[in-house]
Write a protein that binds this ligand. Sequence first.
Ligand SMILES: *Cc1c(COP(=O)(O)O)cnc(C)c1O
Length: 435
Amino acid sequence: MRFYSTRDRHTAYTFTQAVQLGLAPDGGLFLPETIPGLPDGFVQALPNLSFVEIATVMATPFLKTEFTEAEIVEMVEAAFPFSAPVVPLNNQYSVLELFHGPTLAFKDFGARFMAQVLQRVVERLSRPLTILVATSGDTGSAVAHGFWKKQGIRVVLLYPDGMVSGIQEQQLTTLGENIIALKVQGTFDDCQRLVKTAFLDETLRQQLRLTSANSINIARLLPQSFYYAAAIGQLGGLEQPVIFSVPSGNLGNLTGGILAAKMGLPVHRFLAALNRNDVFREFLQEGYFKPRKVIPTISNAMDVGNPSNLERIRALFNDDITAIRQTIEAYHFDDDATRHAIAHAYETHHYVFDPHGAVGYLAARTYAQTRKDVHVVVLATAHPAKFNSVIQQVLGKEAPTPERLARWLTRQGQPYPISAHFEVFKAFLLELPSV
Ligand SMILES: *Cc1c(COP(=O)(O)O)cnc(C)c1O
């Protein structure tokens, strides 16, 4: 399988090249040259397959020219020692819990799989890498954990000052070793711009062998298709059409779902559940895209004004807006509605959503209100305990903090404050000691 840029269908790259480049040299995002179909009988067999088995089958067509079958199984097993359980709320709604990894958010799926791939690339080439990650919170900690202490790999994280939660900042800044956390005086979009500019900078590219681990990386995108299949499997032979409600920001999670559907997974529709940063809804409505300034919200990992994966979604649909509208519907909600939804889900179903999942729950209810014969799966992208200040405010009590999170709260972080000017960032990178 070869990969091409969304901006140039004629230059082919191998998977490992695409993973190391992150962004294509022309500034586009990588996509596979063809979308492989799921094997015959796979969908029917899903209820009997483990997550690792599902992931292996779905990863193989993309990786098999560069990795052996044994390597693929090894990578998948090492990346996913945790599950993605589906919790039913009633016969109309379920929750797909994606927060059972070490950093309690769905980004563990992509980041840990990518770490497995890159570790093998570094071993083969015996050349060190520097990974740049712009993060609105969860990406950075998932990547940092995935790559922590991995030989020959250095991770530089950029996060917006004052726009990640206390726990998120702890998770980003307390690892140390090969993980460097930069607190950027700017927004998440500034962080993304710094990373994108760094990749287009010849000096940096040559001296540091930069790799991106953002959701733009193809190695993060692929595993975000696996759990959609695992969810369908857990729903068993459900008769109703299945809808996925995806709390969205940079649209990577949603793009993973679309990839799974294009491979042949039976999905009736996707809901892009947005907070007030609803540029994607506007795009679907107007038919053209206009980036916007970020508005801070309580679902902060979705505070994105220029979602990079939109370019991939458009490419996957040959930029046919009608086809995109037939597959994806977008809904947006403000913080008040989100808080009410957390209370509503608790009162009605005894289920505690984090603010991101709550936006997904709102989209699900809005969609299903007028359509009784559907089943909506809400993706719970983070554990509620990561956002306990909101949960406390709404429910009058906190969500119990899992042990794997509690451990971080006792450590002392080491952030490096830095301005959002590219030249400052570049100078910092060039002065880093070699790995
Ligand atoms: C990153 C993140 C999102 C948004 O996912 P995208 O792939 O950027 O659309 C939603 N919820 C949580 C908790 C996240 O960390």
